[in-house]
Design a protein around this ligand. Structure first.
Ligand SMILES: *[C@@H]1O[C@H](CO)[C@@H](O)[C@H](O)[C@H]1NC(C)=O
Ligand SMILES: *[C@@H]1O[C@H](CO)[C@@H](O)[C@H](O)[C@H]1NC(C)=O
Length: 405
């Protein structure tokens, strides 16, 4: 691109230096559709004159010499009585070189050369399909800048808070399209801007677009700027606030408010015990004359047109019952759940520990009894031996010993 521009500039310098060699050359820019008069320098103001106009433009194949008597070219270019050349309405095809060679009354020859270029001022550029907001860290389309009906093509450029945006393919990218009207030959330019706003950047940047004409010394045209909001891409923290806090008596009123950082263009829906409530979207949910059926876990869902939806943590609405009401009021649902879960796990662990303890204790007891058992047997055997001995010695005593426990 830069190399191409440099090459083009080089070519222009070469061409211009060649023109510069021609005596009395001039650059002319003429607005499309307007008349143009080129003077033939050195020519007498009135006939009889000795002059010749020739041109090499988009309408001619090579140099074309215009007849001073006029003819079919009159509607395009004709020689006026004072020797000047009139183009009644210049068009894109009239771009090219015009030359006049005149001989004055005293026989001095003068040549004039004009390099004619035409232009058309396009309509004011416009930013169409602008984004409503941007997300930090996320590539998003800002809008499309359109310039219609210009000639030559010119360029569109974008500005962010007044600073030019240079497409770098990363944070800033531009998709350009140039179309040419098949009949008028005028250009329509389109430039679609995508940006990735930096985290922690300006929250309300202004984007503007301007058209720079393809010809020097023509003023740039500016589109009406657009201002966008940039959301930080930290997840939206959506939460439910409850008013009043505490336990609720039947017949009372409680107001739940869904708080989101992005208040605009967010739709709030409400969920009770996992079921969406059939209510129109609203950031507030008012429960009046509450009944025991109103007890439950409430959460809100913030639906964002471009950033999806996010649900808040659930909050429990607890209605006081006549006798044994719960001891806590509004306990955050997940908190309660966690506590219950923790208690359950702890309880389960406790029971398991107790059970294992009991089993271990009993097993230990049995082992101790088993360890005792052989001794008992030995004792019994000894006793038996003794009884036998006793039997042999004192049969009555043995009888009484056997009968004893
Ligand atoms: C013709 O225009 C170019 C710019 O497009 C300029 O640099 C050059 O000096 C002009 N030539 C004359 C003779 O005015
Ligand atoms: C010749 O006539 C035209 C139109 O009447 C005028 O614009 C132009 O300046 C005249 N040329 C000279 C050299 O006076």
């Amino acid at each position: 691109m830069a190399a191409g521009a440099a090459a083009a500039a080089g070519a222009w310098v070469l061409v211009l230096s060649l023109w510069g060699a021609v005596v009395g050359d001039r650059n002319i820019t003429a607005r499309i559709g307007k008349p143009l008069v080129l003077n033939c320098r050195g020519a007498p103001k009135k006939p009889p004159q000795q002059l010749e106009w020739k041109l090499n433009t988009g309408r001619t194949e090579a140099w074309k010499v215009l007849s001073p008597q006029g003819g079919p070219w009159d509607s395009v270019a004709r020689v006026l009585p004072n020797g000047s050349l009139l183009l009644p309405a210049v068009g894109i095809q009239d771009e090219g070189t015009f030359r006049c060679r005149a001989t004055s009354r005293n026989g001095k020859e003068t040549r004039s050369t004009y390099q004619v270029r035409v232009y058309q001022i396009p309509g004011k550029p416009e930013i169409i399909n602008p984004a409503s907001e941007l997300m930090a860290g996320v590539p998003s389309k800002v809008g499309t800048c359109v310039s219609e009906g210009g000639y030559p093509a010119g360029t569109l450029s974008w500005h962010w808070d007044g600073k030019p945006l240079i497409p770098d393919g990363k944070g800033v990218s531009v998709q350009e399209e140039t179309r040419r009207h098949p009949e008028t030959g005028l250009f329509t330019l389109q430039s679609e801007l995508m940006v990735t706003p930096a985290q922690g950047g300006a929250p309300h940047p202004t984007f503007s677009c301007s058209f720079s004409p393809g010809l020097p010394r023509r003023r740039a045209l500016h589109a009406a700027p657009i201002q966008l909001n940039v959301w930080e891409s930290v997840p939206l923290e959506v939460q439910v606030m409850v008013e009043p806090g505490g336990m609720l008596a039947p017949g009372g009123t409680v107001t739940l408010t869904c708080e989101t950082p992005a208040q605009s263009s967010v739709q709030i829906h409400w969920i009770k015990d996992g079921m969406p409530l059939p209510l129109p979207p609203s950031p507030m949910l008012v429960l009046s004359e509450v009944k025991p059926e109103d007890q439950g876990t409430y959460s809100c869902v913030a639906m964002h047109p471009s950033h999806g939806s996010q649900e808040s943590r659930g909050v429990s609405v607890v209605i006081e019952t006549d006798k044994e009401g719960p001891t806590t009021g509004y306990v955050e649902g997940q908190g309660l759940g966690t506590v219950a879960l923790a208690l359950g796990i702890l309880g389960g662990l406790g029971i398991a520990v107790l059970l294992i303890g009991a089993i271990m204790w009993r097993r230990r007891q049995r082992q101790r009894q088993e360890r005792k058992a052989p001794e008992n047997q030995e004792e019994e055997e000894e006793e038996e031996e003794r009884t036998e001995l006793n039997q042999s010695e004192e049969p009555q005593a043995a009888e009484s010993g056997a009968a004893g426990p």
